[in-house]
Design a protein around this ligand. Structure first.
Ligand code: NAP
Length: 274
């Protein structure tokens, strides 16, 4: 399966869908991630905090896909929020992954209580200049945090990875990203308990002859959002990736967009972070 790519602000090309790896651990996780790569996944999303960068690196090695065909995303925790700290975090991730560069490196949470995300951002821009990463960004930043980053450093992020699904559409954030050329990546695109059972989603799935998860992931893709669904199951992995052979029409897109329940379900990144 050929997954289209999206050109990012600093020139890297990112696959339009990826594999989430939160919870894929140990030897079993290596096999599950390797299965996904063998099924065609090229974007693999990991993080220091998931404790599985070693398993991601091992799966990549076993799958035997050329490094330049893969797009590895990782993220670092709050204790590294300084220019030198981000260098150290990068070195740790690189060692665990067994790689010599990271495609997309993200500040995992803004942690505004320690007020150091601007220093972390300067650390990331240094890594970009050094060629140690191909693209830089953040996760869980609100427009107000991004406004400060862009205002104080003049460097616009390639990506902001945020919690986003049909119940939690983050319209203000997505609009802000679009206006600045920042790509929106969606974490937990399928997670809310019964979202794949919502009748609007299941009706569209039935009409199109696809699964409810494919409908949701296709809705992301058509909105220019990159989803990173996690599945340990080879069949669901293949199915989730297969969202480029059908389209949703305007009425179907609008019906899904009407499921938004507002921001209240989102983790508040002014309060929570690690
Ligand atoms: P998710 O990918 O939305 O949902 C995962 C759950 O959905 C699993 O229980 C999975 O079960 C199930 N699932 C997968 N495909 C399915 C299908 N086709 N039909 C029905 N159920 C399906 O949730 P997530 O893992 O929380 O989020 C995705 C990724 O985002 C993470 O793995 C991680 O990489 C990233 N993330 C980032 C942040 C951040 O702060 N930046 C936070 C959370 C997550 P099976 O495995 O059994 O298929």
């Amino acid at each position: 399966m050929v997954v289209p790519k999206i050109k990012l602000l600093h020139g890297a090309e990112m696959p339009a869908i990826g594999l989430g790896t939160y919870g894929l651990f140990e030897d079993q996780g290596v096999g599950e991630i390797r299965n996904a790569i063998e099924s065609g996944y090229r974007l693999i999303d990991t993080a220091e905090n998931y404790g599985n960068e070693v398993q991601v690196g091992q799966a990549i090695k076993e799958a035997g896909v050329p490094r330049e065909d893969l797009f590895i995303t990782s993220k670092f925790n709050r204790k590294w929020h300084s220019v030198i700290g981000v260098q150290q975090a990068w070195e740790n991730s690189i060692r665990k992954l067994g790689a010599d560069y990271i495609d997309l490196y993200l500040i995992h949470w803004p942690n505004p209580d320690q007020d150091k995300y601007i220093d972390a951002w300067q650390g990331l821009t240094t890594l970009l200049q050094q060629g140690k990463v191909k693209a830089i960004g953040m996760s869980n930043f609100k427009p107000a945090h991004l406004e400060r980053v862009i205002g104080e450093t003049g460097v616009v992020p390639d990506v902001n990875q945020i919690e986003l699904n049909p119940y939690l559409q983050r319209k203000a954030a997505v609009d802000y990203h679009k206006r600045h050329g920042i790509l929106t990546e969606a974490w937990s695109p399928l997670k809310p308990n019964n979202i794949v059972e919502h009748p609007v989603i299941t009706e569209i799935a039935k009409a199109k002859g696809v699964t409810p998860a494919q409908v949701i992931l296709r809705w992301d893709v058509q909105n220019g959002i990159v989803p990173i669904p996690k599945s340990a199951n080879p069949q669901r992995q293949r199915n989730n990736l297969d969202v480029f052979s059908f389209t949703l029409d305007d009425a179907e897109m609008a019906a899904i967009s009407a499921l938004d329940q507002g921001e209240s379900g989102a983790a508040d990144s002014d309060v929570f972070g690690h």
